[in-house]
Design a protein around this ligand. Structure first.
Ligand code: PRP
Length: 211
């Protein structure tokens, strides 16, 4: 039996992913140990192998077949645009991709003005403004704490993830437009989907039953 390899996303999605797999009898206790420096974990009995990677790298591992299956946020799937199959919405990690800014930026959007948009997701932002809104904007890529940008005058608005909205509220910003809903998804390598069709289908069926 071929070992199936899973690429899981480090951070926010990690513990919910492990909880979900535990519900269908897939355990990998060593992965719960936050202090371990080990990168890869094997469950010999089940013929499975797991590793944790940074979100944006998960679709890369899956496209190249270094992982057969990935668990990753829809935001990352959209941003990375890799060739893979998105097979399932896992229902956790629910949040929204939004255009946010101060109230004063509302008019700039309404009048389709040439504004600056700061974001960790330049491809999503470009697609939204150019293809959906037909508005020309300047996109500025940042790597975190995106809410800072309109406060210090780097950009008029941001495109970012909103979960509870507390980061926006704490910084005097608000949601101006919603781009799309997000949640954790299961993605599969295109060749693995054919070669390991039966095992992957049975995994999906089991997950559906517990979700
Ligand atoms: C994310 C996102 C927002 C925040 C939204 O940032 O970029 O800043 O969470 O969550 P909320 O609506 O519940 O406040 P993250 O904490 O991942 O860190 P980052 O800013 O460094 O990307």
């Amino acid at each position: 039996m071929k070992t199936l390899t899973f690429a899981l996303t480090k951070g926010r999605l990690a513990s919910q992913t492990l909880d979900l797999f535990e519900k269908i009898g897939i355990t990998c206790q060593q992965m719960r140990d936050k202090d371990t420096r080990r990168l890869i974990f094997v469950n010999e009995e089940l013929g499975l192998r797991f590793f944790m990677a940074k979100g944006p790298d998960v679709p890369t591992y899956v496209e190249y077949g270094a992982a057969d299956i990935g668990i990753v946020g829809k935001d990352t799937i959209l941003e990375e645009g890799r060739r893979l199959y998105e097979v399932m919405d896992l229902g956790f990690g629910r949040c929204r991709m939004c255009v946010c800014g101060p109230e004063s930026a509302k008019g700039l959007l309404e009048r389709n003005e040439l504004i600056r948009v700061a974001t960790k997701y330049p491809n999503i932002a470009r697609d939204y403004f150019y293809n959906r809104r037909h508005q020309t904007v300047e996109i500025i890529k940042l790597n975190g704490s995106i809410e800072l940008a309109p406060i210090v005058g780097l950009s008029e608005v941001i495109v970012d993830i909103v979960e509870t909205g507390s980061t926006l509220r704490a910084n005097g910003l608000q949601i101006l437009e919603e781009v799309c809903p997000l949640s954790a998804r299961m993605v599969v390598n295109q060749v693995s989907m054919k070669m390991e069709d039966e095992r992957i289908r049975s995994l999906i069926t089991q997950l559906r039953q517990v979700l």
